[in-house]
Write a new protein. Structure first.
Lengths: 190, 105
């Protein structure tokens, strides 16, 4: 049975340390609750941009681990970002892919290819240092410490069900520009 | 966002392909992005807005539509626009662009 995305995010929140995080789409509402800090910046409003946003942060701050919480539908919108990330080869980037097979935010329409798209193979083919699929939260919890130490870029495909909330059903949160300014201020000061 | 200086160098086709990022990141997110945009196939004897190539013709009107300040690099004297528009992007906390049309040297 696929894991709940909230369970996966809870496990990551417990293990992340001081990692900078980039949630997007259906991971964003849950992450606001699980990690209400200013070490995250949500990619909401420019679907598909999470991995590129994370790449920029990873290149600018090689001293910090950067975790991207991407969606399968989102990544398909900017699939070329796999090659961009691989080409830049940030050692500190972990690209989590929450794979549920649908565009949940807009009504759960099936993505092209449905659940059959193999992002692990795609990431490896693009040149990521490693890519893995994880299907249950116990395995994720067990492997997280090593995944967060491993040399990147790595992609971790998480097989999940649907989130309880989407950006359409839970519209709260700090506006993107304020998140950017807040994180920028913190990073420049540190 | 991470505090490092950077410039984005793309062709006009890349601008068209990334309009959502221009809007969502540079404008809504108020991230200062300095664009250097190549006008591939820009004719030397025509104003870009009158180009027979739609890729060239629509570039400046698109930037105007989104309120992005821009300047043309079309000769040696125009090179000064590079630092000027870089600083403008920082100052306005948003996008600013130079269009690389003709040879500058």
């Amino acid at each position: 049975m696929a894991m709940k995305p909230e369970e996966a995010l809870r496990a990551i929140a417990a293990a992340r340390g001081d990692a900078l995080c980039v949630p997007t789409m259906t991971t964003a509402p849950a992450w606001r609750t699980l990690a209400p800090d200013d070490q995250s910046v949500g990619c909401v409003g420019f679907m598909g941009g999470a991995s590129s946003l994370g790449l920029g942060l990873a290149l600018a701050r090689p001293d910090r681990r950067v975790l991207v919480f991407d969606g399968d539908g989102s990544l398909l919108m900017q699939l070329g970002s796999l090659a961009t990330v691989a080409g830049a080869a940030p050692r500190n980037l972990v690209h989590f892919l929450f794979k549920n097979g649908v565009y949940h935010t807009s009504g759960a329409q099936e993505i092209p290819g449905g659940g059959g798209v193999d992002f692990v193979q795609m990431a490896k083919g693009a040149g990521y240092r490693a890519a893995y699929a994880i299907t249950d939260v116990a395995e994720l919890q067990r492997r997280l410490p090593s995944l967060l130490r491993e040399e990147g870029p790595i992609l971790v495909e998480l097989h999940t069900g649907l989130a309880d909330k989407t950006p359409m059903t839970d519209r709260g949160g700090v506006p993107f520009a304020e998140q950017v300014e807040r994180l920028r201020g913190r990073l420049i000061a540190s | 966002m991470g505090g490092e200086p950077f410039a984005l160098m793309i062709q006009h086709a890349g601008l068209y392909a990334s309009v959502n990022t221009l809007r969502g990141v540079a404008m809504d997110g108020r991230v200062p992005i300095f664009y250097m945009i190549g006008l591939l196939q820009r004719e030397k004897d025509k104003d870009p807005r009158e180009s027979r190539h739609s890729m060239v013709r629509y570039c400046e009107p698109l930037l105007d539509l989104f309120g992005v300040p821009h300047a043309r690099l079309e000769g040696p004297d125009d090179v000064r626009f590079i630092p000027e528009y870089y600083r403008l992007a920082q100052k306005r906390r948003g996008p600013a662009a130079v269009l690389v049309g003709l040879e500058t040297a």
